[in-house]
Design a protein around this ligand. Structure first.
Ligand SMILES: CC1(C)O[C@@H]2[C@@H](CO[C@@]3(CNc4nc5cc6c(=O)[nH]c(N)nc6cc5[nH]4)OC(C)(C)O[C@@H]23)O1
Length: 374
């Protein structure tokens, strides 16, 4: 039985694509950036700011939400959208990756990944079936398969073992997902580390199984950018051109621009909010660290041409003062400024691809970042 396709390709410019992904909670314009609301909240922002900044979809994490407040509790309260009041499309990661980066005493077997909660030490078993059950209880529009992501650098044998296990788990997730309500989607995740032939085998195995969309995982785990980009070039051409491609955990504005140029449609990363909390703003002329004393007397806004009020109105001197004083408002303003910058980058890329000017846009954007803050 063929897997329904909710993705519509609207335009291409070289390998770059723009499209629309229709979910039960609304349409996602691609290329899309998903702000990360790990435990059901966007750190430092109201949902209305996330929406006003232009985000169509946000990301939540199975690992965090199943531990607290619990998937069954969220289901009893009407599901993730109602519980959080976001009410738009949501994608949930499956938890395998977070277990590897957060949990204590974890053990991977054929059956599942077993670990102790980082919150209260409770013994937890996360199988492919339970990962799907949790995401169905949360009610996310797009669920991710359970997979095993190997940190790079790693031995080829370990990368291959984890890739093959992830393929077997993909099949179990697909079977468990047959219970999902119409319109909900399940994405497979390409693994294979930095080994081209393992990336090919993983992508082919997932395509043979058939998913609503395909993620490229196992990257943005500390490898050099050229390795990440090379692995995209190995995997993307094997994935169906008419289905969405999602690069997990990426990334900086430059990572995203270069990945879009290689055929990626969806992204998520904690950087806009994390860097915002640390006093760093993303701008058309590169990152600006507001902790730097050079801003103390600067009355200029970060970017007077921005359509985002805080970016256009708040002086650097004020932002510097808030950050140095440890005022919560500093983290809040820089988080919204960064989310707005990422969404403006996505919007501008969608427009450039649609009118065939992506190459020019890419060169001009890179030149702006290279110019640096003046
Ligand atoms: C870039 C930046 C700032 O993002 C931070 C920190 C360290 O990297 C990040 C982002 N990178 C990242 N790669 C991923 C790979 C997978 C994967 O293979 N499978 C599944 N199911 N989910 C994934 C989620 C991923 N997130 O991962 C954590 C550890 C969540 O913090 C993030 O550096």
């Amino acid at each position: 039985m063929s897997v329904p396709n909710h993705f519509e390709l609207l335009g291409r410019d070289g390998a770059a694509r723009t499209g629309r992904l229709t979910t039960p909670h609304g349409v996602v314009r691609t290329p899309a950036f998903m702000p990360v609301g790990t435990a059901g909240a966007m750190k430092g922002l109201h949902w209305r700011e996330v929406r006003d900044a232009g985000a169509d979809i946000v990301l939540g994490n199975t690992y965090h939400l199943m531990l607290r407040p619990g998937a069954e509790r969220i289901a009893a309260l009407g599901g993730l959208q109602r519980f959080t009041t976001w009410n738009g499309p949501m994608l949930t990661d499956s938890g395998g990756f977070q277990v590897m980066s957060l949990a204590q005493l974890r053990k991977v077997s054929e059956k599942a990944v077993n670990f102790r909660s980082h919150i209260d030490g409770a013994a937890i078993e996360l199988s492919p079936e339970r990962a799907i059950e949790v995401q169905l209880l949360l009610g996310s529009d797009i669920a991710m398969q359970l997979d095993e992501c190997v940190r790079l650098p790693a031995e080829r044998a370990d990368i291959e073992r984890a890739m093959q296990l992830s393929l077997r788990w993909a099949e179990r997730c697909k079977r468990a997902f047959e219970q999902a309500p119409d319109g909900h989607m399940l994405f497979g995740i390409v693994q294979g580390g930095d080994v081209p032939e393992l990336r090919h085998a993983s992508a082919r195995g997932l395509v043979d199984l058939g998913f609503h969309g395909y993620a490229i995982g196992g990257l943005a785990v500390g490898e050099p950018q050229e390795v990440m980009l090379a692995m995209i070039e190995e995997a993307a051409p094997i994935l169906p051109a008419d289905r969405p491609r999602y690069l997990m955990g990426v990334g900086t504005p430059e990572d995203i621009l270069e990945a879009v140029a290689r055929g990626i449609d969806m992204f998520d990363c904690v950087m806009p909010t994390r860097n915002g909390r640390h006093g760093v703003a993303f701008t058309p002329f590169g990152p600006v660290n507001l902790r730097n004393a050079r801003h103390a007397d600067d009355p200029r806004p970060l970017d007077e041409d921005s359509d985002w009020p805080s970016t256009r109105n708040c002086s650097r001197a004020y932002l510097h003062h808030l950050v140095k004083s440890g005022e919560t408002l500093g983290a809040m303003l820089l988080s919204e400024i960064n989310i707005a910058y990422y969404q403006r980058l996505m919007r501008d890329m969608r427009g450039a691809i649609a009118d065939g000017s992506f190459g020019t846009f890419r060169a001009q954007t890179r030149a702006g970042w290279a110019q640096g803050d003046i």
